[in-house]
Design a protein around this ligand. Structure first.
Ligand SMILES: [Zn+2]
Ligand SMILES: [Zn+2]
Length: 254
């Protein structure tokens, strides 16, 4: 399959190992024409992201934009921190980035945990009945985030958090939000594959690489796409006809 884009990867600004330049170099070697760096938001002690680091990264990306052959987008992977959809990303960063990716992550700093309902801590384990309650809660949180922010991509849907995928994808399709095919967590989408595909939502590729060597590598995702008969035209980063339309284009507006 021809792959030309990868819209989810991490660098040293959060929990990745390599620099933006190293990621872009690897992307070029892998034959990609477009990537998005999507380091984590600021709400986690594990990910060590700060506004300063993000600003420095944007300067680095702007430099690469003038030099490199790969188009590098500045993204951010925000964590949904509560039922009202609040992300762990300051508004300034959301305004400044090209691509807003959102998802669920377990590790959050105390100030979020204190505000957030217990779902952030218990997602991923618990009884079947508890899971049903969580599912409703998680779904409300996803929907609220999509209504509140200019979300471009829903990442690793279903990962560690049961959801009503049909309801989420309905709103995503309506709002032109892409559902990520995440190489690291593609198995999380398996349980929801049929309803997600039936929803008509568009997909986007994300390796979730935490070092340069994972950039543009999608063996599990390709297998998933083939097995479920997803048309290439429906996958940004793969089908030549699937153009990426982020909510705001940093390059155009700056
Ligand atoms: Zn993630
Ligand atoms: Zn990630």
């Amino acid at each position: 399959m021809g792959i030309f884009g990868d819209y989810h990867m991490h660098t040293r600004a959060s929990d990745g190992r390599d620099t933006v330049a190293a990621m872009a170099r690897r992307a070029e070697e892998a034959g990609l024409s477009e990537i998005a760096i999507a380091d984590h938001g600021c709400g986690s002690f594990m990910f060590r992201q700060t506004e300063e680091k993000f600003r420095a990264q944007q300067t680095e990306i702007a430099k690469l934009r003038d030099e490199g052959r790969v188009r590098v987008l500045s993204g951010i992977e925000g964590s949904i921190t509560g039922e009202d959809g609040t992300l762990d990303v300051p508004d300034e960063m959301i305004r400044a980035c090209d691509v807003l990716v959102v998802g669920f992550h377990r590790f959050l700093s105390l100030r979020y945990i204190a505000k957030a309902p217990s779902f952030l801590l218990v997602n991923g384990w618990g009884s079947k009945r508890a899971k049903e309650k969580l599912k409703a809660l998680n779904t409300r949180a996803w929907l609220a985030a999509m209504r509140r922010y200019p979300v471009d991509v829903l990442c690793h849907l279903g990962h560690r958090a049961p959801v009503d995928a049909a309801a989420i994808c309905r709103l995503a399709a309506e709002k032109g939000i892409y559902v990520e095919l995440n190489e690291k967590h593609i198995d999380a989408l398996e349980a929801y594959a049929d309803e997600v595909i039936a929803s008509g939502v568009k997909f986007i590729l994300g390796s979730d690489a935490h070092s340069a060597k994972g950039v543009g590598a999608f063996p599990r995702t390709e297998e998933f796409i083939k097995r479920h008969g997803i048309e290439e035209e429906r996958v940004v980063g793969m089908g030549a006809k699937a153009e990426f339309h982020p909510k705001k284009d940093f390059i155009a507006t700056k």
